[in-house]
Design a binder for this molecule. Structure first.
Ligand code: GLN
Ligand code: ZN
Length: 764
């Protein structure tokens, strides 16, 4: 029999119970006990709903109140000293590590957070040193295994693997130079053994050990570590299913297939082509193969026919007892259930599968492969066929004009008319900016008043006209404030935007939105990504009204503000039927029209933000060129349709430029602004190494904290930058948008920024 399995489940709860309880606990409104109870309810519901949907292998231990890597650190006593000794409960130490803690007795910042592989989920980075004293503070996998058992559900506990855990961590400040976390493997293995042995004695037959690091190039360096670790763990552990996801094993397969594991999970959503070689590698072994055919990363209904083909191949080669049908990864990246969507049409709902619907899919696919005669199964199979056919019809009848336009893109459309050196002189004339021009990244504080007005419009408590008047007043007031502060290149402040992607998605043709499609970004922060469902086009201008209004109330130049094509795509659920390249180019064409319209409306500078360009980089370096091969041209397509006089800007929310700097340079934006305040040295070294030919504004202060930078600090930063960058290329700006800040610190910081720029003009 072919079994069915889910690798992990969303933690939020169908009605956001966990998010609400966690935040209520932080606010002191509920006790730790109440929080535990709320979490227990959600876990129980999730396990039972998976069981009801026919999933045989149900995960436990994957739940988290904040982040599963943070759970693992806390459980293994990987707790930086700064969080200890404050008389906090273990739960509060845990949250302090995740989000920092600032009370009258304790003031500790949060640990570093990093993007989890190529997803928009962030994990809390573990910190290791020679002194790290691993011990099992608690056995979360075991606790949840027992909790599920008590609720009547047998589960397969999930544990983060030792190599992935160490490799994703960083050396703490206390570590000696050159220290590598992976060197701690011999020290951590005894703790793993204890954890696994406990699971075994509690009756767990299998354990899922997650080693997603195996889909990265770096894992090739860890062959020895994998071999020793699993030889050490296997004898005491339940049967080990080694789970890999988000990509392909590639050359790592050669040593993985030799590990003493009982099962191997591979991602066939991201990397279906690896199936043949994986089958060949495991065939001579007793390893059970878990096929990730139902996407854990996207929300489209699985095409059963395609999945069955892959499944059948494995069954033919290995026999049905050695095959499991599974989700490609944890379902952490998908919303809980479609049942909660009341506004999608029946036609649209028929296209999608969220977590619970996906659970049903794995169960049905496994049942078909097992030869089930159950009429419910054949009905589900038929219904799937009908849905997929309807969706394909819809796709075929999508917007032909858009496709023709994409096909007609020519290389000259990607280039500005003249090189930067020429544009720069023309722009000097049109914009008349002083040396060291000051500007901001776009948004100004999103006040409660703004959010209330938007909510009222949504509930139709105010009319569109009233809302428009409100926004115009906001814009005018933001313009006056910038004039008063003395900024040179102004922005309209983005008060009309709920979110930098959703705002555009709602105005473009080709997107749909969910009401309840929450996906965890980090901690208790969840986002609702828009879904690209068909060819994308722009029925009407999206920002011209606001930008030209803003320009009409000031003599100073106004910078138009757009989100770039790559970022819109990366922060949405993309279509599965056409490539990301095609979707990105469609977005780029829509944005190109917008940039051209902004110029026609008299705007002289336009910023196209691409903060997500970097996170879209594929996990394997071998795939980078393919990605950059369409991502960079898409940006250029969006921005190159204007005259030399229009100054194009772009913004990036990261400073880790080492490996991508030449690509940023190749975008040929007239000005880029980047996050720089958190790691200047690294960034400056990159500049030293590559040089930069166009204009650039490395952020001069960190907007992620309410702290006001002093004028002197900003001057010092400018001095550092001017030691490396030519003075006529430098812009002076904060390192990101100001929407999350309050007005008080915003004004104070910007006054210091303008004063520092004035000083630079006199000094350099
Ligand atoms: N223009 C956007 C803003 O200022 C940019 C946001 C971002 O970089 N994430 O908010
Ligand atoms: Zn930013």
């Amino acid at each position: 029999m072919v079994a069915s399995s889910v690798l992990g489940f969303p933690r939020i709860g169908a009605n956001r119970e966990v998010k609400k309880a966690v935040e209520a606990y932080w606010a002191g409104k509920i006790s730790a006990d109440d929080l535990t109870k709320a979490a227990a309810e959600v876990k129980k519901t999730s396990w039972n709903s998976l069981k009801e949907r026919g999933v045989e292998i149900i995960p436990s231990g994957d739940f988290s109140l904040y982040d599963h890597i943070l759970d693992h650190s806390a459980a293994f006593n990987v707790i930086p000293k700064r969080y200890l000794g404050h008389n906090l409960s273990p739960l509060d130490v845990y949250f302090a590590m995740g989000r920092g803690r600032q009370t009258k007795d304790v003031d500790v910042p949060a640990s570093e957070m990093k993007k989890w592989f190529d997803s928009n989920y962030h994990f809390v980075v573990p910190e290791f040193s020679e002194e790290t004293d691993f011990k099992l503070n608690f056995n979360k996998a075991l606790e949840e295994f027992k909790e599920a058992k008590a609720a009547g559900v047998a589960t397969r506990p999930v544990v983060v693997g030792p190599i992935t855990f160490l490799a994703l961590g960083k050396a703490s400040k206390e570590a000696k130079p050159g220290f590598q976390p992976i060197s701690l493997l011999p020290k951590i293995l005894p703790v793993y053994k204890q954890l696994l042995a406990d699971l075994k004695s509690a009756g767990a037959e299998w354990v899922q050990i997650d080693e997603p690091i195996l889909v990265l190039d770096v894992a090739a360096n860890y062959e020895k570590q994998f071999t020793t670790a699993y030889a050490d763990l296997a004898p005491v552990a339940p049967k080990i299913l080694l789970a890999t996801y988000y990509g392909r094993l590639d050359s790592n397969l050669s040593f993985v297939a030799k590990l003493p594991i009982a099962g191997l999970h591979i991602d066939l959503d991201r990397a279906p082509a690896q199936l043949d070689e994986v089958i060949a590698a495991v065939k001579p072994t007793p390893i059970v193969l878990s096929l990730g055919v139902v996407s854990g990363r996207n929300i489209w209904k699985t095409d059963f026919e395609a999945a069955l083909k892959l499944g059948k191949k494995a069954v033919d080669a290995l026999g049905s007892d050695r095959v499991i049908i599974a989700t490609s990864s944890s379902l952490l990246h998908t919303p809980v259930t479609l049942a909660a969507e009341k506004k999608l049409t029946e036609e649209q709902k028929d296209w999608f599968s969220f977590a619970l619907e996906k659970a049903e899919e794995v169960a049905v696919i496994a049942a078909v492969l097992s030869g089930s005669q159950d009429p419910k199964v054949s009905k589900a199979l038929e219904a799937n066929k009908a849905s997929i056919t309807k969706r394909r019809d819809f796709e075929r009848n999508s917007d032909d004009a858009v496709r023709k336009r994409v096909a007609a893109i020519t290389p000259d459309m990607l280039e500005r008319k003249s090189p930067f050196s020429v544009r720069k002189e023309i722009q000097k004339e049109t914009l008349k900016l002083p040396k060291f021009p000051t500007t901001t990244i776009g948004s100004f504080p999103q006040t409660q008043e703004i959010r209330t007005a938007r909510a009222k419009l949504g509930k139709k408590e105010i009319t569109a006209e009233q809302y428009e008047d409100f926004i115009k007043k906001e814009i005018e007031s933001v313009v006056r404030i910038q004039e008063k502060i003395g900024l040179d290149l102004l922005v309209h402040g983005e008060p009309e935007r709920n979110d930098m992607v959703q705002y555009f998605g709602e105005l473009l043709e080709g997107f749909v939105f969910t009401q309840n499609g929450w996906v965890q970004s980090y901690g208790s922060r969840y986002v609702r990504p828009p879904i690209v469902v068909s060819d994308v086009s722009r029925p009407t201008p999206m920002t011209v009204k606001w930008s030209s209004y803003a320009q009409s109330v000031t003599e100073k130049p106004m910078k138009g503000m757009l989100t770039g094509p790559v970022t819109i795509l990366n922060w949405s659920f993309p279509r599965a039927d056409v490539s990301r390249e095609v979707q990105c180019k469609q977005l780029a064409l829509a944005l190109r029209d917008e940039v051209i319209d902004l110029e026609k409306a008299g705007i002289k500078a336009v910023q196209v933000d691409e903060p997500a360009l970097r996170e879209g980089l594929p996990l394997r370096k071998a795939d980078w060129d393919a990605y950059l091969g369409w991502a960079l041209p898409s940006f250029k397509l969006a921005t190159a349709g204007v005259s030399d006089a229009l100054q194009t800007h772009s913004h990036f929310c990261y400073s880790d430029f080492d490996d991508i700097f030449p690509s940023i340079q190749a975008l040929d934006a007239d000005v880029i602004s980047i996050e720089a305040s958190k790691s200047d040295m690294k960034l400056l070294n990159t500049f030293k190494h590559y040089g930069y030919s166009n204009q650039i504004g490395p952020g001069v202060y960190d907007i992620h904290s309410p702290r006001v930078p002093s004028e002197q600090e900003i001057k010092d930063r400018l001095k550092d930058m001017l030691a490396i960058l030519p003075s006529d290329l430098l812009f002076v700006n904060p390192d990101c948008g100001l929407k999350t800040r309050a007005w008080k610190e915003t004004e104070a910081s910007l006054i210091n920024l303008v004063n520092a720029a004035r000083w630079a003009r006199e000094t350099y």
